[in-house]
Design a protein around this ligand. Structure first.
Ligand SMILES: Nc1ncnc2c1ncn2[C@@H]1O[C@H](COP(=O)(O)OP(=O)(O)OP(=O)(O)O)[C@@H](O)[C@H]1O
Ligand SMILES: [Mg+2]
Length: 483
Protein backbone atom coordinates (compact mmCIF):
# COMPACT_ATOMS: atom_id res chain seq x y z
CA UNK A 1 0.00 0.00 0.00
CA UNK A 2 1.30 3.45 -0.83
CA UNK A 3 1.98 5.95 1.93
CA UNK A 4 -1.09 7.96 0.86
CA UNK A 5 -3.23 4.82 0.71
CA UNK A 6 -2.12 3.93 4.24
CA UNK A 7 -3.07 7.42 5.34
CA UNK A 8 -6.55 7.21 3.87
CA UNK A 9 -7.06 3.86 5.59
CA UNK A 10 -6.31 5.16 9.09
CA UNK A 11 -9.18 5.29 11.54
CA UNK A 12 -8.38 8.95 12.21
CA UNK A 13 -8.89 9.83 8.53
CA UNK A 14 -12.03 7.74 8.18
CA UNK A 15 -13.48 9.35 11.29
CA UNK A 16 -12.66 12.78 9.91
CA UNK A 17 -14.52 11.90 6.72
CA UNK A 18 -17.57 10.70 8.60
CA UNK A 19 -17.71 13.79 10.82
CA UNK A 20 -17.07 16.05 7.88
CA UNK A 21 -19.94 14.54 5.88
CA UNK A 22 -22.31 14.77 8.82
CA UNK A 23 -21.28 18.35 9.53
CA UNK A 24 -21.47 19.41 5.85
CA UNK A 25 -24.96 17.91 5.49
CA UNK A 26 -26.10 19.62 8.65
CA UNK A 27 -24.63 22.98 7.62
CA UNK A 28 -26.11 22.67 4.11
CA UNK A 29 -29.60 21.97 5.46
CA UNK A 30 -29.31 24.84 7.93
CA UNK A 31 -28.19 27.32 5.29
CA UNK A 32 -30.78 25.99 2.80
CA UNK A 33 -33.51 26.54 5.34
CA UNK A 34 -32.19 30.02 6.13
CA UNK A 35 -32.07 30.99 2.42
CA UNK A 36 -35.53 29.61 1.71
CA UNK A 37 -36.98 31.43 4.72
CA UNK A 38 -35.37 34.74 3.78
CA UNK A 39 -36.85 34.45 0.32
CA UNK A 40 -40.26 33.64 1.74
CA UNK A 41 -40.15 36.65 4.08
CA UNK A 42 -39.11 38.94 1.23
CA UNK A 43 -42.02 37.65 -0.89
CA UNK A 44 -44.41 38.19 1.98
CA UNK A 45 -43.20 41.80 2.35
CA UNK A 46 -43.64 42.46 -1.39
CA UNK A 47 -47.12 40.93 -1.27
CA UNK A 48 -48.05 43.14 1.67
CA UNK A 49 -46.83 46.37 -0.02
CA UNK A 50 -48.48 45.52 -3.37
CA UNK A 51 -51.78 44.60 -1.70
CA UNK A 52 -51.82 47.90 0.17
CA UNK A 53 -51.15 49.84 -3.03
CA UNK A 54 -53.80 47.95 -5.04
CA UNK A 55 -56.36 48.61 -2.32
CA UNK A 56 -55.48 52.31 -2.14
CA UNK A 57 -55.56 52.78 -5.92
CA UNK A 58 -58.87 50.89 -6.25
CA UNK A 59 -60.31 53.24 -3.66
CA UNK A 60 -59.07 56.27 -5.62
CA UNK A 61 -60.64 54.79 -8.77
CA UNK A 62 -63.94 54.39 -6.98
CA UNK A 63 -63.78 57.98 -5.82
CA UNK A 64 -62.56 59.72 -8.95
CA UNK A 65 -62.87 57.23 -11.79
CA UNK A 66 -60.20 56.39 -14.36
CA UNK A 67 -59.04 60.00 -14.70
CA UNK A 68 -58.08 60.28 -11.06
CA UNK A 69 -56.39 56.88 -11.15
CA UNK A 70 -54.33 57.82 -14.23
CA UNK A 71 -53.12 61.03 -12.59
CA UNK A 72 -52.12 59.29 -9.38
CA UNK A 73 -50.31 56.54 -11.25
CA UNK A 74 -48.46 59.01 -13.43
CA UNK A 75 -47.34 60.80 -10.27
CA UNK A 76 -46.25 57.67 -8.50
CA UNK A 77 -44.49 56.24 -11.57
CA UNK A 78 -42.14 59.19 -11.65
CA UNK A 79 -40.93 58.68 -8.09
CA UNK A 80 -37.49 57.06 -7.94
CA UNK A 81 -37.54 53.48 -6.66
CA UNK A 82 -41.26 53.31 -7.13
CA UNK A 83 -43.29 50.13 -7.61
CA UNK A 84 -44.36 49.01 -11.07
CA UNK A 85 -47.68 50.37 -12.35
CA UNK A 86 -49.82 49.91 -15.42
CA UNK A 87 -53.44 50.89 -16.14
CA UNK A 88 -55.04 49.70 -19.35
CA UNK A 89 -58.33 50.14 -21.19
CA UNK A 90 -60.62 47.13 -21.54
CA UNK A 91 -58.99 46.60 -24.98
CA UNK A 92 -55.58 46.34 -23.28
CA UNK A 93 -54.25 49.75 -24.34
CA UNK A 94 -51.91 51.36 -21.77
CA UNK A 95 -53.21 54.59 -20.16
CA UNK A 96 -50.52 55.23 -17.57
CA UNK A 97 -47.63 53.49 -15.81
CA UNK A 98 -43.89 52.87 -15.90
CA UNK A 99 -43.75 49.48 -17.68
CA UNK A 100 -42.73 49.32 -21.33
CA UNK A 101 -43.18 45.56 -21.82
CA UNK A 102 -44.47 42.53 -19.97
CA UNK A 103 -44.49 38.81 -20.53
CA UNK A 104 -47.30 37.66 -22.77
CA UNK A 105 -50.69 37.07 -21.18
CA UNK A 106 -49.81 38.48 -17.78
CA UNK A 107 -52.40 41.25 -18.00
CA UNK A 108 -55.12 38.80 -18.97
CA UNK A 109 -54.74 36.84 -15.75
CA UNK A 110 -56.28 38.50 -12.73
CA UNK A 111 -54.37 37.85 -9.49
CA UNK A 112 -50.69 37.14 -8.67
CA UNK A 113 -48.04 36.33 -11.23
CA UNK A 114 -44.29 36.34 -11.70
CA UNK A 115 -43.22 38.00 -14.93
CA UNK A 116 -40.29 39.51 -16.76
CA UNK A 117 -40.67 43.21 -17.60
CA UNK A 118 -38.94 46.28 -18.92
CA UNK A 119 -39.21 49.68 -17.26
CA UNK A 120 -39.93 52.84 -19.19
CA UNK A 121 -37.46 54.96 -17.27
CA UNK A 122 -34.78 52.29 -17.31
CA UNK A 123 -31.71 53.57 -19.19
CA UNK A 124 -30.27 50.19 -20.22
CA UNK A 125 -33.74 48.85 -20.97
CA UNK A 126 -32.80 45.41 -19.64
CA UNK A 127 -35.28 42.73 -18.62
CA UNK A 128 -36.00 42.17 -14.95
CA UNK A 129 -38.27 39.92 -12.94
CA UNK A 130 -41.20 41.18 -10.91
CA UNK A 131 -44.00 39.91 -8.76
CA UNK A 132 -47.18 41.56 -10.00
CA UNK A 133 -50.86 41.64 -9.11
CA UNK A 134 -53.50 42.34 -11.75
CA UNK A 135 -56.83 43.79 -10.62
CA UNK A 136 -59.98 44.06 -12.71
CA UNK A 137 -61.63 47.49 -12.23
CA UNK A 138 -65.25 48.34 -12.95
CA UNK A 139 -65.76 49.24 -16.60
CA UNK A 140 -63.27 46.65 -17.83
CA UNK A 141 -60.14 48.70 -16.88
CA UNK A 142 -57.20 46.79 -15.51
CA UNK A 143 -54.73 47.84 -12.91
CA UNK A 144 -51.34 46.15 -12.48
CA UNK A 145 -49.12 46.83 -9.49
CA UNK A 146 -45.85 44.97 -8.91
CA UNK A 147 -42.41 45.01 -7.27
CA UNK A 148 -39.07 44.17 -8.69
CA UNK A 149 -37.73 40.78 -7.48
CA UNK A 150 -34.06 41.57 -8.10
CA UNK A 151 -33.40 42.53 -4.51
CA UNK A 152 -35.03 39.39 -3.19
CA UNK A 153 -32.99 37.25 -5.59
CA UNK A 154 -29.79 39.10 -4.78
CA UNK A 155 -30.25 38.47 -1.06
CA UNK A 156 -31.08 34.85 -1.76
CA UNK A 157 -27.99 34.36 -3.88
CA UNK A 158 -25.75 36.08 -1.36
CA UNK A 159 -26.88 33.59 1.30
CA UNK A 160 -26.61 30.59 -1.03
CA UNK A 161 -23.15 31.63 -2.27
CA UNK A 162 -21.87 32.32 1.24
CA UNK A 163 -23.21 28.94 2.32
CA UNK A 164 -21.56 27.20 -0.62
CA UNK A 165 -18.22 28.80 0.00
CA UNK A 166 -18.34 28.17 3.75
CA UNK A 167 -19.10 24.50 3.23
CA UNK A 168 -16.35 24.19 0.63
CA UNK A 169 -13.94 25.87 3.05
CA UNK A 170 -15.01 23.59 5.90
CA UNK A 171 -14.46 20.54 3.68
CA UNK A 172 -11.02 21.70 2.60
CA UNK A 173 -9.99 22.58 6.15
CA UNK A 174 -11.51 19.35 7.51
CA UNK A 175 -9.71 17.22 4.96
CA UNK A 176 -6.42 19.01 5.59
CA UNK A 177 -6.88 18.61 9.34
CA UNK A 178 -7.81 14.95 8.92
CA UNK A 179 -4.78 14.44 6.73
CA UNK A 180 -2.41 15.90 9.33
CA UNK A 181 -4.01 14.08 12.26
CA UNK A 182 -3.93 10.80 10.35
CA UNK A 183 -0.32 11.41 9.38
CA UNK A 184 0.64 12.06 12.99
CA UNK A 185 -1.16 8.92 14.20
CA UNK A 186 0.31 6.90 11.36
CA UNK A 187 3.80 8.10 12.18
CA UNK A 188 3.43 6.95 15.77
CA UNK A 189 1.89 3.62 14.77
CA UNK A 190 4.72 3.14 12.27
CA UNK A 191 7.25 3.81 15.03
CA UNK A 192 5.48 1.24 17.22
CA UNK A 193 5.43 -1.29 14.39
CA UNK A 194 9.12 -0.71 13.83
CA UNK A 195 9.86 -1.35 17.52
CA UNK A 196 7.72 -4.48 17.66
CA UNK A 197 9.57 -5.81 14.62
CA UNK A 198 12.89 -5.25 16.31
CA UNK A 199 11.55 -6.93 19.47
CA UNK A 200 10.36 -9.90 17.42
CA UNK A 201 13.79 -10.05 15.84
CA UNK A 202 15.25 -10.68 19.32
CA UNK A 203 15.86 -7.24 20.82
CA UNK A 204 13.91 -7.98 23.98
CA UNK A 205 14.94 -4.78 25.69
CA UNK A 206 13.21 -2.66 23.01
CA UNK A 207 10.28 -0.54 24.25
CA UNK A 208 7.49 1.22 22.40
CA UNK A 209 7.90 4.99 22.13
CA UNK A 210 5.76 7.07 24.51
CA UNK A 211 5.12 10.64 23.35
CA UNK A 212 4.12 11.96 26.76
CA UNK A 213 0.79 13.32 25.50
CA UNK A 214 -1.02 10.73 27.67
CA UNK A 215 -3.47 9.95 24.86
CA UNK A 216 -4.87 6.50 24.09
CA UNK A 217 -1.81 5.52 22.04
CA UNK A 218 0.42 6.51 24.94
CA UNK A 219 -1.64 4.46 27.35
CA UNK A 220 -1.48 1.50 25.02
CA UNK A 221 2.28 1.91 24.66
CA UNK A 222 2.76 2.18 28.44
CA UNK A 223 0.74 -0.99 29.02
CA UNK A 224 2.48 -2.88 26.27
CA UNK A 225 5.83 -1.74 27.65
CA UNK A 226 4.84 -3.02 31.10
CA UNK A 227 3.93 -6.33 29.45
CA UNK A 228 7.24 -6.44 27.60
CA UNK A 229 9.04 -5.63 30.83
CA UNK A 230 7.30 -8.56 32.50
CA UNK A 231 8.03 -10.93 29.63
CA UNK A 232 11.66 -9.89 29.61
CA UNK A 233 11.96 -10.41 33.35
CA UNK A 234 10.32 -13.81 33.11
CA UNK A 235 12.56 -14.87 30.27
CA UNK A 236 15.56 -13.64 32.23
CA UNK A 237 14.31 -15.70 35.16
CA UNK A 238 13.91 -18.79 32.98
CA UNK A 239 17.34 -18.29 31.56
CA UNK A 240 18.79 -17.94 35.03
CA UNK A 241 17.07 -21.13 36.16
CA UNK A 242 18.41 -23.05 33.20
CA UNK A 243 21.88 -21.64 33.76
CA UNK A 244 21.65 -22.53 37.44
CA UNK A 245 20.52 -26.04 36.65
CA UNK A 246 23.27 -26.46 34.13
CA UNK A 247 25.97 -25.25 36.50
CA UNK A 248 24.83 -26.25 39.95
CA UNK A 249 23.33 -29.61 39.27
CA UNK A 250 26.23 -30.80 37.19
CA UNK A 251 28.45 -31.30 40.23
CA UNK A 252 26.08 -33.58 42.20
CA UNK A 253 25.26 -35.54 39.06
CA UNK A 254 28.93 -36.05 38.29
CA UNK A 255 29.50 -37.10 41.90
CA UNK A 256 26.65 -39.59 41.58
CA UNK A 257 28.06 -41.02 38.42
CA UNK A 258 31.57 -41.28 39.86
CA UNK A 259 30.27 -43.03 42.95
CA UNK A 260 28.57 -45.68 40.80
CA UNK A 261 31.66 -46.07 38.65
CA UNK A 262 33.87 -46.38 41.70
CA UNK A 263 31.60 -49.06 43.16
CA UNK A 264 31.67 -51.04 39.95
CA UNK A 265 35.40 -50.76 39.66
CA UNK A 266 36.49 -51.45 43.20
CA UNK A 267 33.43 -52.89 44.92
CA UNK A 268 33.92 -56.24 46.63
CA UNK A 269 30.89 -58.12 47.80
CA UNK A 270 27.29 -57.22 48.49
CA UNK A 271 28.07 -55.03 51.50
CA UNK A 272 30.03 -52.50 49.50
CA UNK A 273 27.54 -52.48 46.66
CA UNK A 274 24.70 -51.87 49.08
CA UNK A 275 26.59 -49.00 50.69
CA UNK A 276 27.21 -47.51 47.23
CA UNK A 277 23.51 -47.84 46.37
CA UNK A 278 22.52 -46.17 49.66
CA UNK A 279 24.82 -43.30 48.88
CA UNK A 280 23.34 -43.04 45.39
CA UNK A 281 19.80 -42.92 46.76
CA UNK A 282 20.74 -40.18 49.23
CA UNK A 283 22.39 -38.17 46.52
CA UNK A 284 19.36 -38.66 44.26
CA UNK A 285 17.02 -37.55 47.06
CA UNK A 286 18.97 -34.38 47.47
CA UNK A 287 18.81 -33.83 43.71
CA UNK A 288 15.06 -34.38 43.73
CA UNK A 289 14.70 -31.89 46.58
CA UNK A 290 16.67 -29.35 44.64
CA UNK A 291 14.54 -29.93 41.55
CA UNK A 292 11.38 -29.61 43.59
CA UNK A 293 12.63 -26.37 45.08
CA UNK A 294 13.50 -25.01 41.65
CA UNK A 295 10.07 -25.96 40.33
CA UNK A 296 8.40 -24.29 43.27
CA UNK A 297 10.42 -21.15 42.75
CA UNK A 298 9.50 -21.13 39.07
CA UNK A 299 5.86 -21.60 39.97
CA UNK A 300 5.91 -18.78 42.48
CA UNK A 301 7.72 -16.54 40.05
CA UNK A 302 5.52 -17.27 37.07
CA UNK A 303 2.72 -15.51 38.90
CA UNK A 304 -0.86 -15.51 39.90
CA UNK A 305 -2.26 -17.42 36.95
CA UNK A 306 -1.25 -20.87 38.16
CA UNK A 307 -1.28 -20.12 41.88
CA UNK A 308 -4.58 -20.63 43.66
CA UNK A 309 -5.17 -18.06 46.41
CA UNK A 310 -7.34 -18.72 49.45
CA UNK A 311 -8.09 -17.46 52.96
CA UNK A 312 -6.25 -19.02 55.88
CA UNK A 313 -4.86 -18.23 59.31
CA UNK A 314 -1.15 -17.41 59.30
CA UNK A 315 -1.00 -18.00 63.07
CA UNK A 316 -2.12 -21.57 62.50
CA UNK A 317 0.60 -22.00 59.88
CA UNK A 318 3.18 -20.70 62.35
CA UNK A 319 2.02 -23.17 65.02
CA UNK A 320 2.09 -26.04 62.49
CA UNK A 321 5.62 -25.24 61.36
CA UNK A 322 6.67 -24.88 64.99
CA UNK A 323 5.38 -28.37 65.79
CA UNK A 324 7.08 -29.82 62.74
CA UNK A 325 10.48 -28.40 63.64
CA UNK A 326 10.29 -28.91 67.39
CA UNK A 327 12.01 -32.33 67.40
CA UNK A 328 14.82 -31.06 65.17
CA UNK A 329 15.34 -28.01 67.39
CA UNK A 330 15.37 -30.28 70.45
CA UNK A 331 18.06 -32.43 68.89
CA UNK A 332 20.22 -29.36 68.42
CA UNK A 333 19.59 -28.11 71.89
CA UNK A 334 17.64 -25.10 70.67
CA UNK A 335 14.51 -23.83 72.38
CA UNK A 336 11.83 -23.31 69.75
CA UNK A 337 9.15 -20.80 70.79
CA UNK A 338 5.98 -19.98 68.89
CA UNK A 339 4.13 -16.71 69.54
CA UNK A 340 1.00 -17.00 67.48
CA UNK A 341 -2.02 -17.10 69.75
CA UNK A 342 -4.12 -14.43 68.01
CA UNK A 343 -5.50 -15.31 64.58
CA UNK A 344 -3.83 -13.61 61.64
CA UNK A 345 -6.16 -14.10 58.65
CA UNK A 346 -4.41 -13.91 55.31
CA UNK A 347 -5.27 -14.37 51.65
CA UNK A 348 -2.66 -16.23 49.68
CA UNK A 349 -1.33 -19.60 48.70
CA UNK A 350 -1.26 -21.69 51.86
CA UNK A 351 1.21 -24.27 50.59
CA UNK A 352 3.74 -21.69 49.41
CA UNK A 353 3.50 -19.53 52.54
CA UNK A 354 3.95 -22.64 54.72
CA UNK A 355 6.99 -23.68 52.72
CA UNK A 356 8.49 -20.18 52.91
CA UNK A 357 8.10 -20.07 56.70
CA UNK A 358 9.43 -23.62 57.02
CA UNK A 359 12.53 -22.60 55.08
CA UNK A 360 13.15 -19.66 57.43
CA UNK A 361 12.74 -21.89 60.48
CA UNK A 362 14.96 -24.54 58.91
CA UNK A 363 17.68 -21.92 58.44
CA UNK A 364 17.28 -20.58 61.95
CA UNK A 365 17.76 -24.07 63.39
CA UNK A 366 20.56 -24.94 60.97
CA UNK A 367 22.58 -21.74 61.27
CA UNK A 368 21.21 -20.11 64.39
CA UNK A 369 22.54 -22.63 66.88
CA UNK A 370 24.92 -21.60 69.63
CA UNK A 371 28.27 -20.45 68.35
CA UNK A 372 30.01 -22.81 70.75
CA UNK A 373 28.73 -26.34 70.84
CA UNK A 374 28.40 -26.44 74.62
CA UNK A 375 26.87 -23.01 75.04
CA UNK A 376 23.33 -22.91 76.29
CA UNK A 377 20.44 -20.60 75.70
CA UNK A 378 20.12 -20.84 71.91
CA UNK A 379 16.62 -19.86 71.03
CA UNK A 380 14.48 -19.63 67.91
CA UNK A 381 11.21 -17.70 67.95
CA UNK A 382 8.45 -17.95 65.38
CA UNK A 383 5.95 -15.10 65.47
CA UNK A 384 2.77 -14.43 63.52
CA UNK A 385 1.13 -11.04 64.00
CA UNK A 386 -1.27 -8.64 62.25
CA UNK A 387 -0.11 -5.10 61.73
CA UNK A 388 -2.61 -2.88 59.94
CA UNK A 389 -3.35 -4.44 56.60
CA UNK A 390 -0.26 -6.65 56.73
CA UNK A 391 0.63 -9.94 58.30
CA UNK A 392 4.15 -10.35 59.69
CA UNK A 393 5.73 -13.78 59.99
CA UNK A 394 8.98 -13.44 61.91
CA UNK A 395 11.66 -16.04 62.61
CA UNK A 396 14.39 -14.91 65.01
CA UNK A 397 17.46 -16.86 66.07
CA UNK A 398 20.49 -16.11 68.20
CA UNK A 399 23.21 -17.39 65.88
CA UNK A 400 25.85 -15.52 63.91
CA UNK A 401 23.28 -13.76 61.64
CA UNK A 402 23.97 -12.53 58.13
CA UNK A 403 26.26 -9.56 57.49
CA UNK A 404 24.42 -6.55 56.05
CA UNK A 405 26.49 -6.78 52.86
CA UNK A 406 25.33 -10.37 52.27
CA UNK A 407 21.64 -9.81 52.91
CA UNK A 408 20.90 -8.93 49.31
CA UNK A 409 22.55 -11.88 47.67
CA UNK A 410 21.48 -14.67 50.06
CA UNK A 411 18.06 -14.65 48.35
CA UNK A 412 19.63 -15.50 44.99
CA UNK A 413 19.45 -19.06 43.80
CA UNK A 414 22.20 -21.41 45.03
CA UNK A 415 23.91 -18.74 47.12
CA UNK A 416 25.37 -20.10 50.35
CA UNK A 417 27.62 -18.15 52.63
CA UNK A 418 31.09 -19.46 53.29
CA UNK A 419 30.46 -19.90 57.04
CA UNK A 420 27.60 -22.36 56.36
CA UNK A 421 29.36 -24.76 54.06
CA UNK A 422 29.52 -27.37 56.81
CA UNK A 423 25.74 -27.65 56.89
CA UNK A 424 23.85 -29.51 54.16
CA UNK A 425 21.80 -27.38 51.80
CA UNK A 426 21.54 -26.17 48.27
CA UNK A 427 21.08 -22.42 48.71
CA UNK A 428 17.49 -22.33 47.52
CA UNK A 429 15.56 -21.88 50.79
CA UNK A 430 15.64 -18.08 50.93
CA UNK A 431 15.13 -17.85 47.16
CA UNK A 432 11.77 -19.56 47.54
CA UNK A 433 10.80 -17.47 50.58
CA UNK A 434 11.58 -14.30 48.68
CA UNK A 435 9.69 -15.42 45.53
CA UNK A 436 6.67 -16.29 47.68
CA UNK A 437 6.79 -12.84 49.29
CA UNK A 438 6.82 -11.15 45.90
CA UNK A 439 4.09 -13.35 44.50
CA UNK A 440 1.88 -12.12 47.34
CA UNK A 441 2.88 -8.50 46.90
CA UNK A 442 4.90 -8.60 50.12
CA UNK A 443 8.59 -8.69 51.00
CA UNK A 444 11.25 -10.64 52.86
CA UNK A 445 13.56 -8.57 55.04
CA UNK A 446 16.46 -9.39 57.31
CA UNK A 447 17.19 -7.56 60.52
CA UNK A 448 19.63 -7.84 63.36
CA UNK A 449 18.37 -9.82 66.32
CA UNK A 450 21.48 -8.89 68.34
CA UNK A 451 22.71 -11.51 68.37
CA UNK A 452 21.35 -13.51 65.51
CA UNK A 453 19.13 -13.01 62.54
CA UNK A 454 15.55 -11.90 62.36
CA UNK A 455 13.90 -12.83 59.07
CA UNK A 456 10.59 -10.97 58.53
CA UNK A 457 8.15 -12.14 55.90
CA UNK A 458 5.62 -9.32 55.36
CA UNK A 459 2.47 -10.18 53.38
CA UNK A 460 -0.53 -7.99 52.57
CA UNK A 461 -3.56 -9.36 54.39
CA UNK A 462 -5.78 -9.17 51.28
CA UNK A 463 -3.40 -10.94 48.91
CA UNK A 464 -1.69 -9.44 45.87
CA UNK A 465 -3.11 -5.95 45.26
CA UNK A 466 -1.30 -4.66 42.22
CA UNK A 467 -1.23 -5.99 38.68
CA UNK A 468 1.33 -8.71 38.58
CA UNK A 469 3.66 -6.86 36.26
CA UNK A 470 4.45 -4.14 38.75
CA UNK A 471 4.52 -6.43 41.73
CA UNK A 472 7.03 -9.06 40.71
CA UNK A 473 10.62 -8.63 39.78
CA UNK A 474 11.55 -12.19 39.30
CA UNK A 475 15.20 -11.77 38.58
CA UNK A 476 17.38 -12.08 41.61
CA UNK A 477 15.06 -13.36 44.30
CA UNK A 478 14.56 -16.92 44.82
CA UNK A 479 12.98 -19.63 46.86
CA UNK A 480 13.95 -22.46 49.05
CA UNK A 481 14.25 -26.16 48.90
CA UNK A 482 11.13 -28.19 49.29
CA UNK A 483 11.29 -30.65 52.02
N1 LIG B 1 19.37 -17.77 60.13
C1 LIG B 1 20.53 -17.68 59.47
N2 LIG B 1 21.68 -17.36 60.12
C2 LIG B 1 22.83 -17.27 59.45
N3 LIG B 1 22.96 -17.46 58.12
C3 LIG B 1 21.87 -17.78 57.43
C4 LIG B 1 20.59 -17.90 58.06
N4 LIG B 1 19.69 -18.17 57.10
C5 LIG B 1 20.36 -18.25 55.96
N5 LIG B 1 21.66 -18.03 56.13
C6 LIG B 1 22.69 -17.99 55.07
O1 LIG B 1 22.04 -17.81 53.83
C7 LIG B 1 22.38 -18.86 52.94
C8 LIG B 1 21.21 -19.13 52.03
O2 LIG B 1 20.13 -19.75 52.74
P1 LIG B 1 19.16 -20.69 51.98
O3 LIG B 1 18.10 -21.08 52.93
O4 LIG B 1 18.78 -19.98 50.76
O5 LIG B 1 20.02 -21.90 51.56
P2 LIG B 1 20.55 -23.11 52.43
O6 LIG B 1 19.91 -23.06 53.77
O7 LIG B 1 22.03 -23.02 52.40
O8 LIG B 1 20.09 -24.34 51.62
P3 LIG B 1 18.61 -24.95 51.54
O9 LIG B 1 17.74 -24.00 52.30
O10 LIG B 1 18.37 -24.93 50.11
O11 LIG B 1 18.68 -26.27 52.15
C9 LIG B 1 22.70 -20.01 53.83
O12 LIG B 1 23.57 -20.90 53.16
C10 LIG B 1 23.38 -19.31 54.98
O13 LIG B 1 24.74 -19.06 54.65
MG1 LIG C 1 17.82 -22.93 53.94
Amino acid sequence: MTALGKLFHTTAFKLTLVYLTVFALFAASLLGYFAWNTRRLATEEITRVVNAEVNGLTEQFNIGGIRRLVIIIENRSRRPGSSLYLVTTPAGQGLAGNISSLAEGVLQEVGWNESIYRRLDDQDGGEHRALVRVQQLPGGFRLLVGRDLDERERLYHIIVDTGRWSIALVIVLGLTGGFFVARRVLRRVDAMTETTRSIMAGNLSGRLPVSGSEDELDRLAVNLNAMLERIETLLKGFKEVSDNIAHDLKTPLTRLRNRCEEALRTGKGEGEYRAALHGTIEESDSLIRTFNALLMIARAESGEGGTPMGEFDAAEIARGVGELYDPLADDKGIALKVEASTPAPLKGNRELVTQALANLVDNAIKYGGPAKKDANGAEVTIKAQSEGDRILLTVADSGPGIAVADRGRVVERFVRLEQSRTEPGSGLGLSLASAVAQLHGGELKFEDNSPGLKAVLTLPRGGPQLPLSSQQTVSGDNPTPAR
